[in-house]
Design a protein around this ligand. Structure first.
Ligand code: FAD
Length: 366
């Protein structure tokens, strides 16, 4: 047997789980596809975000909170091991509103969720003047914001790089340019790639992002995921302008302002469009008027990996026990949970987290 676990997909989800398993002394081989793959881990917005998650399923809110709470130590451990500072900041984040009505509606929703979470949902409402004290660059069109204290952001490319480095340092094998075409089980699992590479392992994790649309059904999963495009813009490096991130814009650790992201149902198309970018720019200028003078240096599109209800899917295959589907929309936010807690679920230890609500059973047709 080549490994205890073969992990299909070397994005942030596969590498976070690989790292957690290696820390538990497991032997791990990661097989990652070719450069033509869609890779959300390289095109995302970098938020470590709690607010608005799990409005209909409080367990998802809790899981995001658990991950956010574990992020600080996770980031420190990766930084110590690799010498890479991930640029993590967790001093809160905003949901900005352009009307009093939408702000009040959202606050009412948060109060309901807060009740379901036993009060553990630390947010405050800032009117325009209070917000302006925190964010002097905010524009007159912004009515106010919800400041949620568990929110933050990170440099997602530095996270990916640190994970890839540390997985190797811990003895994991990471094979790149390996498109898995088939997984079979005869005692151990055999994972086969398009180029003839074979890996035999005790368990298999399918964390191939959108690649799970093809491979999932072959392994006994429903894998009802779909792509959703997000376009993103970034400005030149600027002096400090934005103190805390929001869903509209954030100032990255290197100084640029990242603006995003659209939500578009356009299938497997990750191109940018003029209307998409114009919409982003207009909203960012409405929030922070000074951005009208900023130079834009880059734009890109990337595809989210969405389940029908937007929640993660954690599922052991009913047809191939020992094979797991692990996929989610918020892989940056959940990186710490995937590294720290998900391995206990895979290993079925006594303190494994209860992830039942994230199984594919919720998509069963009655
Ligand atoms: C615009 C945008 C903004 C986002 N913003 C945030 C945010 O602010 N915060 C947050 O938490 N999340 C955010 N996300 C979501 C986050 O980026 C994803 O949840 C995360 O990157 C998913 O990681 P992944 O490893 O599952 O998938 P991917 O990064 O897509 O990686 C999948 C990997 O699997 C490989 N693969 C595919 N098929 C095969 C195969 N057959 N064999 C072998 N390998 C295969 C691919 O090569 C790829 O490397 C955003 C996403 C987008 C698109």
């Amino acid at each position: 047997m080549d490994a205890d676990y073969a992990i299909i997909g070397g994005g942030v989800v596969g590498l976070s789980v690989a790292w957690g398993l290696l820390k538990r002394g497991k032997r791990v081989t990661v097989l990652d596809g070719d450069d033509g793959s869609f890779r959300a881990s390289r095109g995302n917005f970098g938020l470590v975000w709690v607010q608005s998650k799990g409005m209909k399923q409080p367990r998802y809110a809790e899981w995001s909170q658990q991950s956010a709470a574990a992020w600080g130590a996770f980031s420190d451990e990766l930084a110590d091991a690799t010498g890479r500072d991930l640029g993590l900041e967790q001093k809160g984040g905003y949901d900005l509103h352009f009307s009093e009505e939408s702000l009040e509606e959202r606050v009412a929703d948060y109060e309901v969720l807060k009740g379901k979470l036993g009060g553990d949902y630390p947010f405050e409402v800032l009117g325009h003047n209070a917000l302006r004290k925190e964010e002097p660059a905010i524009g007159p069109k912004v009515a106010g914001a919800i400041l949620h204290h568990q929110d933050g952001h990170v440099n997602p490319l530095k996270l990916l790089r640190a994970l890839a480095d540390d997985v190797r340092r811990l003895g994991g094998r990471v094979l790149t340019g390996k498109t898995v075409t088939d997984v079979s089980r005869n005692g151990a699992f055999r994972v086969r790639c398009a180029d003839g590479t074979q890996v035999d392992a005790g368990k298999v994790i399918l964390s191939a992002g959108l690649g799970a649309m093809q491979l999932g059904p072959k392994m006994g999963f429903r894998a009802p995921i779909r792509p959703q495009r997000g376009q993103v813009l970034i400005t030149e490096k600027l002096p400090k302008l934005i103190n805390r991130p929001s869903l509209i814009a954030r100032q990255v650790d290197e100084g640029g302002i990242q603006i995003g992201a659209t939500n578009e149902e356009v299938g497997l198309d990750d191109r940018v469009t003029a209307p998409g970018l114009a919409q982003l720019a207009a909203e960012a200028v409405a929030a922070y008027p000074v951005l009208a003078r900023a130079q834009l240096v880059r734009s890109w599109g990337a595809l989210r990996i969405l389940s029908p209800d937007g929640l993660p899917i954690y599922q052991e295959s009913p047809e191939m026990p020992g094979a797991y589907l692990v996929t989610c929309h918020s892989g940056i936010t959940l990186a710490a949970a995937h590294a720290r807690f998900l391995p206990d679920w895979l290993e079925k230890t006594a303190d494994a987290p209860d992830l039942e609500v994230f199984s594919e059973d919720r998509f069963a047709v009655s």
